[in-house]
Design a protein around this ligand. Structure first.
Ligand code: FAD
Length: 404
């Protein structure tokens, strides 16, 4: 019993609070929010939001009235330390909050580029609403963007910047784009599509310096000796989970805050969810840290259920999406560790799915402009079923028959 205090008001933190009330939790709920906005959705920051003209309210999960009606106390500020013995959180403001259960939903922060001039205003990142706002504001005065890192966020931004009329170069150290997350078939498709759109993708290279004059960026030098002119640099080289608050309180951390399959840390009164959590997964036979809305939201629901008396191990199926230009990528399952890829549909027709197998076991499906395949994959996984590689490759095989 006792109050639930939630540190971080992103996707995970917001959802725990909302789900607790939905399940009838009647004690105090505080949501500690270190951003100067009501809790909001992050995915549009590198997609529709940066392209459009909608205001920040278009991103909010709920209006302010929701928090008042639901008695969810939004507390502006930062959690500075945890007093585990006293069951208290100290905020940077000096305020102290007592908890019955503490939820760490601190998310992740951008890995920073470690180069001289990387702190100039023309060098930007994309994590929070203020980043997206700032980019939206400066983009009209820019002509040449260099994007460092061809992950989801870098490529989403690249596509948008190109549509907005900028010259765009993307630098990637790996031999293909999104290499950590998707099959080479899907990487190649997107490389081709971005090139068709006029984006120059440089693979196997690193930025070695940022040139500037009078505080303004003029270009980037690459490890292969090339020099690219630029007046805007956007960095998307991954994130670091925010584990320090937990670590300083003596909780075990590694590549995330270590939690068990119930999302509890070593202290049963403290849980961690979302991007910051390295969670035990019996299904995947190890520890995982995922960065997705699905993961943060389903963690939150699982934890809220546990705190209201319905304790079950976390066992949701991962899924993900990314919008790049006109293409929509959707991933059902976790495709890492595959040894066989079967294509359904035709990349030349801009609609196909990569079914990823380990042996005969279907790990996941990466779909491009094939929402039906994606939904099929999620339903199939929900039923713990599979189809054979031969069935996947055979367009005349009726997917629905596998769900019957
Ligand atoms: P976050 O949403 O990051 O929230 C954590 C919050 O905690 C932040 O507000 C942070 O400031 C705050 N915080 C940290 N420390 C403290 C402290 N000590 N005190 C108080 N507050 C603190 N996922 C998808 O599935 N699909 C997408 O298309 C997609 N697109 C994305 C695009 C962008 C630009 C970004 C940045 C992310 C995208 N993601 C996408 C990932 C997704 O947004 C994250 O996985 C998700 O937000 C994780 O939720 P979270 O609650 O764990 O962390």
């Amino acid at each position: 019993g006792g109050p639930v205090i939630i540190v971080g008001a992103g996707h995970g933190g917001y959802q725990v609070a909302a789900s607790l009330r939905q399940a009838g939790f009647s004690e105090r709920i505080c949501l500690i929010n270190d951003e100067a906005h009501l809790p909001y959705q992050r995915p549009p920051l590198s997609k529709a939001y940066i392209k459009g003209s909608a205001g920040p309210e278009s991103l909010m999960f709920r209006p302010e009235k929701f928090y008042q009606d639901q008695k969810i106390e939004l507390i502006a500020g930062r959690a500075a330390s945890i007093d585990r013995a006293g069951h208290k959180v100290h905020l940077a403001s000096g305020e102290t909050l007592a908890y019955g259960h503490l939820v760490l939903a601190t998310g992740a922060r951008n890995r920073l580029l470690d180069l001289p001039n990387a702190n100039l205003p023309d060098v930007r990142y994309l994590r929070i609403l203020d980043d997206s706002e700032a980019l939206r504001k400066i983009m009209p005065s820019k002509t040449r963007a260099v994007i460092i890192g061809a992950g989801f966020i870098g490529l989403e931004f690249a596509a948008t910047a190109r549509i907005k009329g900028l010259e765009v170069d993307v630098l990637e150290l790996a031999p293909r784009v999104m290499a950590r997350a998707v099959t080479s078939e899907v990487s190649e498709y997107f490389q081709e599509r971005h090139r068709e759109a006029g984006i120059r993708i440089h693979l196997g290279v690193q930025a070695t310096s940022i040139e500037a004059e009078g505080g303004k960026v003029t270009g980037i030098s690459l490890s292969d000796g090339q020099h690219l002119p630029a007046d805007l640099v956007v960095v998307g080289v991954g994130v670091l989970p925010n584990i320090e608050l937990a670590a300083e309180a003596g909780l075990p951390v590694a590549a995330g805050i270590i939690v068990d399959e119930y999302l509890a840390t070593a202290d049963p009164d403290i849980s961690a969810i979302g991007d910051c959590a390295l969670f035990a997964s019996p299904r995947f036979g190890g520890s995982l840290r995922l960065e997705s809305v699905q993961n943060a939201t389903d963690h939150a629901r699982c934890l809220a259920a546990k705190l209201t008396g319905d304790k079950k191990p976390y066992d949701s199926h991962p899924w993900f999406w990314s919008d790049q230009g006109d293409d929509k990528l959707q991933i059902a399952g976790l495709t890492t560790g595959y040894d066989r890829v079967v294509l359904r549909g035709d990349p030349a027709k801009k609609a196909f799915s990569a079914f990823c197998y380990h042996g005969d076991r279907l790990l996941g499906i990466e779909s491009i402009n094939r929402a039906g395949d994606h939904m099929f994959g999620r339903r199939l996984q929900g039923m713990d079923r599979s189809i054979t590689p031969e069935q996947a490759a055979d367009e005349s095989f009726d997917l629905k028959s596998a769900l019957a």
